[in-house]
Design a protein around this ligand. Structure first.
Ligand code: 13P
Length: 288
């Protein structure tokens, strides 16, 4: 099936009280592992691409070519959206032109009026071209591609203003952080989430920083209106751990263990296991 935008899968998720996973991709192995696992579990899936990862993979056109090729050659039939993660205004436009099916415009670091202005323009372009669009209010903590957010809680009134622009989904900061959570993390602010949900009604809400959030908090967040959950670091850690084990066990030194197809295989399998676990937890298995 060709790429789809994220609107229908998220509307269904919101109605069905589950969440669709956005798993960020970094290269061919990542993409293949995520697509095969979503297919195996009959789950819709969103492939996230940060601007940094897009550059690393030789640009957005390369990413679109690789993903479209895999959808066809791997005979993927579940709904797949290719989504720019934390895009700048220019980045969003470049991804729209390159053939992405969904973009996030992260204007959370702008004053609210400017965030509204830029989001509004991009909503009009995405509507015209049939893409879904995610906007953000209240920055997500931690560091991603050099952008450091303090993990603030979004203002529910500002969330309503952005939701009313006609975005497909809304990321609201609720104390979540990208990367590993520190030991003294205060947890998600369900109070903020409930207030945002109350103001934005049926708008699918997005939870960033999915790595390391305890299962009970994930379930509660879904029950309060979260329909999309982003996971990046956890797949990276799973890949790193499996690759380290392979090398430490000296397997790269045995026979043709140096062959990248062998060397990267345990990491690719570890990504699959991570994605499988998240799809189970988010409740999107068999919802394709
Ligand atoms: P983690 O790296 O913490 O899983 O966050 C991913 C994310 O939110 C991407 O936007």
């Amino acid at each position: 099936m060709p790429l789809v935008n994220a609107k229908e899968m998220l509307t269904k998720a919101k109605e069905g009280h589950y969440a669709v996973g956005q798993f960020n991709i970094n290269n061919l192995e990542w993409t293949k592992s995520i697509l095969l696992t979503a297919q195996e579990m009959n789950s819709p899936v969103i492939l996230g691409v940060s601007e940094g990862a897009g550059k690393y993979m030789c640009g957005y056109k390369t990413v679109v070519g690789m993903v479209n090729g895999m959808l066809e050659e791997l005979k993927i039939t579940v709904p797949v959206a290719l989504h720019l993660d934390h895009g700048s205004y220019e980045g969003a436009k470049a991804c729209i032109a390159a053939g992405f099916s969904s973009v996030m415009f992260d204007g959370s670091h702008y004053p609210i009026d400017e965030n509204i202005e830029k989001t509004k323009e991009l909503v009009a372009i995405c509507n015209e071209k049939g893409l879904s669009i995610e906007a953000e209010v209240g920055s997500i903590g931690g560091e991603e591609d050099g952008v450091v957010g303090a993990g603030e809680c979004a203002d529910p009134n500002e969330c309503k203003m952005i939701a009313d622009l006609g975005v497909t989904m809304l990321a609201a900061g609720i104390g979540n952080i990208h990367g590993k959570y520190p030991a003294n993390w205060a947890g998600l602010s369900f109070e903020t989430l409930a207030a945002v949900q109350e103001k934005t009604g049926t708008m699918p809400l997005v939870l960033h920083g999915g790595t390391g959030i305890p299962a009970d908090m994930i379930k509660k967040a879904i029950s309060l209106g979260v329909s999309k959950i982003n996971v990046n670091t956890e797949c990276q850690l799973a890949f790193q751990e499996a690759t380290r084990k392979y090398i430490e066990e000296g397997k790269d030194l045995q026979g043709k263990g140096f062959d990248p197809r062998k060397l990267l295989a345990p990491g690719a399998e570890a990504i699959k296991a991570c994605v499988r676990e998240k799809i189970e937890l988010f409740g999107s298995a068999n919802k394709a």
